[in-house]
Design a protein around this ligand. Structure first.
Ligand SMILES: [Zn+2]
Ligand SMILES: [Zn+2]
Length: 117
């Protein structure tokens, strides 16, 4: 496969920038099909803005939470080995827990209001 440098226009600042053969190879390697929309400068500044310390990647549940009408995916709990259903698509690169183990992972504080058996 050979790539050729391309010139693209940044949607942010309107400047043209090079989408180099190297970058294209890099994108192709990662399976990206979209071309970059922003020049290096704009990408850099976006990155800096986004460094918010949220990188641990918690799937913070958006509005519905458990018990909602969301599509659930059945996975194997990494802690107890039981069947677990999670409201997101498991990535396979991090452990997935059933709701019991998940709440244990988060620590038991704040759990006292939950119904007891
Ligand atoms: Zn730009
Ligand atoms: Zn479990």
């Amino acid at each position: 496969m050979s790539f050729q440098d391309k010139t693209l226009v940044c949607v942010e600042c309107g400047d043209s920038f090079a989408f180099t053969a190297n970058e294209q190879a890099f994108y192709a390697e990662r399976g990206f099909t979209n071309e970059p929309k922003r020049c290096q400068t704009c990408r850099q500044s976006r990155k800096t803005q986004r460094t918010g310390g949220h990188s641990a990647g918690g799937h913070v549940s958006d509005s519905a939470g458990y018990g909602g009408q969301r599509a659930l995916h059945t996975v194997t709990c990494s802690a107890c080995g039981g069947e677990a259903r999670v409201p997101f698509v498991p990535r396979g690169d991090r452990p997935v827990y059933c709701s019991d183990c998940f709440s244990q992972q988060r620590g038991s504080s704040g759990y006292s209001r939950a119904a007891r058996y």
